[in-house]
Design a protein around this ligand. Structure first.
Ligand code: NDP
Ligand code: KAL
Length: 257
């Protein structure tokens, strides 16, 4: 099979189930011939991932556990990847976490603990992963993370996660500068709302989806496949001149005043 990702090894972090953005990305990458390495945190995610791989007939190069809150877990995961796969060409960082209680009411009420957990899981994790990338992307590569417009504007209930995404997007720029000399690119996708496990149960999600459908230039929401294909682009040779960028895959919503 010929594809634009032939002979490329990509690490995909953040598949929790079939709705995960990371799974949409994995499908796009597989279609183009990439060899995939998956990381997961919870055993439940691992079980879901194994089921999805079986269903779709995708044979991963490797599956490895990695909790991004734990430095030892990160270094062990990447040591294992290096040992088993040799050098890799890309990393998909598609994970975030905040305590649910922080995702409602006023941002003013954010606790120190809640702030640190959101930043640690959702923003510092990219820095820690990028540091590992340097050692395992010997021929250059591409790192892509997932953000949301709540990084740029106040979105009701997004609160502490919006501030974490602002730090994530700023980190994309600083990391792009540091890693550029090794021919490693760092970019983000800013996706429109998609019904995933993370989005489940957080208040206001359905209203936001409805607003996008009514107001976005394309008058519709976007899906995992669209984010998958845009992420594929940022991982591929086609985007070789692009780094430090935040690409909106949001049916054009971000251009509105
Ligand atoms: P999912 O719930 O499918 O994925 C979230 C993932 O984060 C899970 O796989 C979870 O793994 C992982 N995760 C959380 N904490 C950790 C940790 N400490 N270590 C390792 N993995 C961790 O949701 P999405 O696909 O929606 O989210 C993916 C990314 O997309 C996130 O960055 C999110 O902010 C972003 N995004 C989502 C949008 C949406 O509308 N859904 C819109 C814009 C951006 P586990 O369960 O195993 O801990
Ligand atoms: C304005 C929007 C509405 C929702 C508000 C906040 C959403 C925050 C996202 C954040 C990642 C959600 C969580 O951390 C959920 C967590 O507390 C509970 N869920 C879990 O533990 C599940 C089982 C696991 C798999 O989830 C994680 N994350 O590990 C934002 C909407 C419109 C867009 C979204 C959902 C953006 C985004 O960043 O995800």
């Amino acid at each position: 099979m010929s594809g634009m990702m032939n002979n490329k090894k990509i690490v995909v972090m953040g598949v929790a189930n079939e709705r995960s953005i990371a799974w949409g990305i994995a499908k796009s990458l597989h279609r183009e011939g990439a060899q995939l390495i998956f990381t997961y945190r919870k055993e439940r995610s691992f079980e879901k991932l194994k089921g999805l791989l079986e269903q779709t007939g995708i044979t991963p190069l490797l599956t490895v556990s990695c909790d991004v809150l734990d430095d030892e877990s990160i270094s062990a995961a990447f040591a294992h990847i290096k040992e088993q796969a040799g050098s890799i060409d890309g990393i998909v960082h598609s994970l975030a976490f905040s305590d649910k209680d922080e995702l409602k009411g006023e941002y003013l009420e954010t606790s120190r603990e809640g702030y640190l957990l959101a930043q640690n899981s959702s923003a510092f994790s990219l820095v820690a992963i990028a540091k590992q990338a340097k050692g395992v992307m010997s021929e250059g590569g591409s790192i892509v993370t997932q953000s949301y417009i709540g990084a740029e504007r106040v979105v009701k209930n997004y609160n502490v996660m919006g501030v974490a995404k602002a730090a994530l997007e700023a980190s994309v720029r600083y990391l792009a500068e540091d890693l550029g000399k090794y021919n490693i690119r760092v970019n983000a996708i800013s996706a429109g709302p998609i019904k995933t496990l993370s989005a489940k149960g957080v208040s206001g999600f359905n209203d936001i989806m409805q607003t996008i459908e009514e107001r976005a230039p394309l008058r519709r929401n976007i899906d995992q496949e669209e984010v998958g294909d845009a992420t594929l682009f940022l991982l591929s040779h086609l985007s070789r001149g692009i780094t430090g960028e935040v690409l909106h895959v949001d049916a054009g919503y971000h251009i509105l005043g």
